[in-house]
Design a protein around this ligand. Structure first.
Ligand SMILES: NC(=O)c1ccc[n+]([C@@H]2O[C@H](COP(=O)([O-])OP(=O)(O)OC[C@H]3O[C@@H](n4cnc5c(N)ncnc54)[C@H](OP(=O)(O)O)[C@@H]3O)[C@@H](O)[C@H]2O)c1
Length: 268
């Protein structure tokens, strides 16, 4: 069995369901130690059992916007492989939620939670992950290493945007506004951290069937019509496989921005 991500540690927020869970399974399958976060303990316990338990996975329950939770996931990632000098080197900023409708038609009582989760939570984790990766690289440099080259160790921050963060969505423009912000945040972070050797990757999926549609409040008959018209839509595993491919690239290769849609999705 080949484990191309052995010796790597992946922190994944929103790993209790959907795309995040599929990423945890895929990166675990490729040999990474997985630190999984989400708010539902029971689903984390189930994921942990699937990934083989304590030797391969650690779970941190809690809100991904909470500073203590962010510190905890990164601390657990740091100690995961038994070397406190080794920070998690794959951080997947995945937790997020949708919201059906526009500024006029969406449920306004959910705006703040969505903005907080999709933008503030994402920015906080990018910040902490970036700071820690940079500090580790500086320590390596002081210890005599540190010239970036083909033998360097890959470090990845992978951010889940959306096609509606690149193309205006007619049916979820409030959600789309948060993902336009995420798009900008990821690209700005790539420009800042890429020259230092950290890959910040933006993944922009189209329709993926998951808990997302229910949380966002799409009517089941609306989504059934979408699936009838443009399906089959993506499965979480399709996105996870793409991320597995990206993080396996050598450190000097960066697949930095991937828009992945169901083949028959015309728009957005
Ligand atoms: N599905 C799509 O069509 C689609 C398309 C483009 C982009 N995306 C993006 O892909 C990402 C994952 O979406 P998905 O389809 O997998 O949705 P999902 O099935 O609803 O899963 C969302 C995950 O995020 C977690 N989560 C939500 N709020 C959280 C919080 N405050 N703290 C910690 N965890 C939280 C949920 O777990 P708990 O409830 O246990 O906390 C769950 O594990 C999101 O950023 C989404 O915007 C989805």
């Amino acid at each position: 069995m080949n484990y191309p991500l052995a010796q790597r540690t992946a922190v994944i927020t929103g790993a209790t369901a959907g795309i995040g869970r599929a990423i945890a399974v895929e990166l675990g399958r490729l040999g990474a130690f997985v630190v999984a976060n989400g708010r539902r303990q029971a689903m984390l316990t189930e994921l942990s059992a699937e990934l083989g338990g304590a030797g391969s996975v650690a779970c941190v329950v809690g809100d991904c916007c909470d500073d203590a939770v962010i510190t905890r996931v990164m601390d657990v990632g740091r100690y995961a492989l038994g070397n406190p000098a080794h920070e998690a080197d794959i951080v997947v900023v995945n937790a997020g939620r949708g919201l059906a409708g526009s500024a006029i038609t969406s449920d306004m009582s959910q705006w703040e939670e969505m903005v907080r989760t999709n933008i503030i939570g994402a920015a906080k984790l990018i910040r902490v992950a970036g700071e820690r990766m940079l500090a580790e690289m500086e320590a390596e440099r002081l210890a005599g290493g540190g010239v970036f080259g083909e033998t360097s160790k890959p470090r990845d921050i992978v951010v889940l945007g959306s096609t509606v963060g690149r193309h205006i969505s007619p049916f979820s423009s409030m959600y789309g506004a948060t993902k336009f912000a995420v798009n900008s945040l990821a690209e700005a972070s790539r420009r800042e951290l890429g020259p230092k050797g950290i890959r910040v990757t933006l993944i922009e999926p189209g329709f993926v069937e998951s808990e997302f549609q229910g949380v966002a409040g799409y009517k089941p008959e609306w989504f059934a019509e979408v699936k009838g018209r443009i399906g089959p839509v993506l499965k979480p595993e399709d996105v996870a496989r793409t991320i597995g491919f990206i993080v396996q690239q050598p450190a000097h290769v960066h697949v930095s921005d991937v828009l992945i849609r169901p083949t028959r999705q015309d728009y957005p």
